[in-house]
Unconditional design. Structure first.
Length: 246
């Protein structure tokens, strides 16, 4: 049996300002740092301390969250893999802009389709993409997205995910700290969620999710949050903050 611990990074400064972050590199807010420390405490209390590998994106909010959790667990020595495939969905021309302002510009129907439909894609970013810097120098620039749907995120992430699961040593747990769209991709893939249903799944920041997998990487029990009540509360707060009316 393999235990996979997954969470969306702690609250970032862009989350606090209600902006589309995407590939823009932003740091954790003070609340996000507290969320990361609490996540480490939840993982320790649940007995998930046989973690031997940490996987994060190449974005600071994911890396910071990982470092805080490892320090809380006294596991700073384990292998830390920074993978661009774990980056947040690229929000194209929406990146860096306030969500409510975008909603008012494009209208409710387009906004909800782009934001939540499995195939919905934002308008591509034009010109030089300021979110792409030297951390991606090892990549073929033609492979770097300029706007993605959730389907696109899954297409670039799932091959890495399969490799992570297949290379894990028996008995070792895995910690993945990533972003909302990638967590949603993991849930869709492992729990076999339909395209039309995954759009309804919200992911709160900083609350670990546990997946128990067999040796073939198949989900054995329903996935669950380590603090279910807090997760529900944060999801409700997020929906109130991000659901708009014309």
């Amino acid at each position: 049996m393999m235990k996979l611990v997954v969470l969306r990074h702690g609250e970032s400064l862009s989350n606090d300002e209600n902006k589309f972050s995407g590939w823009i590199d932003v740091k954790l807010s003070d609340k996000g740092k507290r969320e990361a420390e609490h996540a480490g405490e939840l993982i320790a209390a649940a007995g998930s301390t046989n973690i031997r590998h940490l996987y994060t994106s190449r974005l600071s909010r994911s890396i910071q969250t990982g470092n805080i959790i490892l320090e809380t667990l006294d596991l700073l020595y384990i292998d830390h893999h920074k993978c661009w495939e774990l980056n947040e969905r690229h929000y194209g021309a929406f990146q860096g802009h306030n969500r409510k302002e975008i909603f008012e510009q494009v209208g409710a129907q387009s906004y909800n389709y782009i934001r939540r439909n499995f195939h919905g894609k934002p308008p591509p970013i034009e010109g030089v993409d300021g979110s792409v810097d030297s951390r991606y120098d090892d990549l073929d620039r033609t492979a770097i997205p300029n706007g993605e749907s959730l389907e696109d995120v899954m297409n670039r992430f799932i091959p890495l995910f399969k490799s992570i699961l297949s290379s894990n040593a028996p008995g070792d747990d895995i910690l993945i700290i990533t972003h909302g769209s990638v967590v949603r991709s993991i849930i869709k893939y492992l729990a076999n969620i339909a395209e039309e249903d995954i759009s309804k799944v919200e992911i709160p920041t900083g609350i670990p999710i546990i997946f128990e997998l067999d040796d073939q990487g198949r989900l054995q029990t329903p996935y669950h949050y380590l603090n279910h009540e807090l997760a529900l509360q944060e999801i409700q707060n997020y929906r109130k903050k991000t659901m708009y009316k014309m």
